[in-house]
Design a protein around this ligand. Structure first.
Ligand SMILES: *[C@@H]1O[C@H](CO)[C@@H](O)[C@H](O)[C@H]1NC(C)=O
Length: 370
């Protein structure tokens, strides 16, 4: 069984590599100039000169995240930190590989790539230089941040979530008008750019509620906010779209593996003020519960629901048939998607397709950089 699966993986990787080399060679011989290829591979932005740091040059930090031409600047941001790294060997570091698959799908794969957004990996100081270099080579913008320090009462249930509060630094990225934050173990089937046009994905006015009492030490509420996300399903036995009684665990409780925000220092300061008030939220799931507290549905800044078409956890074959765009699921283990073999096969095979694609990409780096 194991040997058979290995053989199949190798065959998939080899076929993907041959196909990709063939494509790149044909582009070299008959296609556009290398410069054109370099610009075309990717999101429409040229990331080739990118070192650490977001794409905020030459425009500088935007006015409300807008280009001088008035257009919005949008980004996909994923978060990477040392506590999720499982192995020094990058080829065995499952979560790092998942992140690479996501970047590859967002930047390079014709069926899923972006035409509107920057693709950014936020890295903490515990992410090795080898990992950062690989992500840059893959085409991502690597955005280093300091840890967001928290007081002792903010204790995650699991050690691997110790650093996730640092994700909140996405609100500091004011060079963007809106950001979709995706966990590294997200995978795409179709283009995700349309999520920015979802009715739930728009900036809202903070409500003036008579019954709202601020906690002692809480910073002022920002005048506007955006927090769009999805409630969570329990496992793969759900309807599409999942609803109350048909798969959703707790309606009104969002999952921080997939959410949209509008960067704002006022909002950031508000969240940080909650972090300094012991017991202001349950720190079991650190950043997720902070966001759920700040954006609870009966409060002044209720989070808005996106269409479940954009993302789901524990996907099943019916979700695929109904046109699911992305999923929050690991390629290497799927204990809660049970007998949905096609879904598991899809998740696992991306790993080797990505490997084959980048093997060819690396081999032809000289052509692209000529
Ligand atoms: C506060 O008032 C709003 C509007 O009347 C209501 O929807 C909400 O449930 C109330 N919140 C609480 C915590 O009672």
């Amino acid at each position: 069984m194991g040997a058979f699966a290995d053989k199949r993986r190798i065959i998939i990787a080899v076929v993907a590599a041959i196909a990709t080399i063939g494509l790149l060679l044909s582009l070299r011989t008959f296609g556009p100039s290398p410069e054109a290829i370099r610009v075309r591979v990717g999101s429409g932005f040229d990331h080739s000169d990118n070192k650490d740091g977001v794409n905020n040059q030459p425009d500088g930090p935007g006015q409300n995240g807008k280009h001088p031409d008035g257009k919005e600047r949008l980004a996909y941001v994923t978060f990477l930190s040392g506590t999720v790294d499982q192995d020094d060997d990058l080829e065995k570091d499952n979560y790092f590989i998942a992140t690479r698959i996501l970047i590859w799908q967002l930047l390079h794969v014709p069926e899923t790539r972006t035409h509107r957004c920057d693709v950014v990996v936020m890295v903490t100081p515990s992410v090795s230089e080898a990992r950062r270099a690989r992500l840059r080579q893959d085409g991502a913008i690597v955005y280093p941040v300091e840890f967001l320090e928290t007081d002792d009462w903010v204790k995650a249930e699991q050690h691997r979530w110790d650093d996730v509060m640092t994700k909140m630094r996405a609100w500091e990225m004011t060079q963007y008008s809106r950001i979709l934050v995706l966990d590294g173990d997200t995978m795409l089937r179709k283009p995700l750019d349309g999520v920015f046009d979802d009715p739930g994905a728009q900036i809202r006015q903070t409500k003036q509620l008579d019954n709202y009492t601020a906690l002692e030490g809480e910073a002022p509420l920002p005048p506007t906010y955006l927090l769009a996300s999805l409630s969570e399903v329990a496992d793969s036995t759900h309807e599409f779209p999942p609803g109350v009684g048909t798969g959703l665990k707790t309606i009104g409780y969002m999952n921080a593996g997939f959410f949209m925000l509008a960067p704002s220092i006022e909002s950031f300061n508000y969240y940080v003020s909650l972090l300094k008030i012991p017991g202001s939220f349950d720190p079991k799931y650190p950043e997720q519960n902070l966001i759920n507290k700040a954006h609870q549905w009966d409060g002044p800044m209720p989070w808005t629901e996106l269409s479940y078409t954009w993302n789901i956890r524990c996907p099943n074959e019916n979700d695929f048939e109904k046109g699911l765009v992305s999923m929050h699921e690991k390629w290497w283990t799927q204990p809660y998607i049970y007998e949905n073999e096609k879904v598991k096969e899809f998740l696992k095979s991306r790993r080797w397709e990505m490997k084959g694609w980048y093997d060819a990409y690396d081999l032809t780096a000289d052509v692209r950089n000529a």
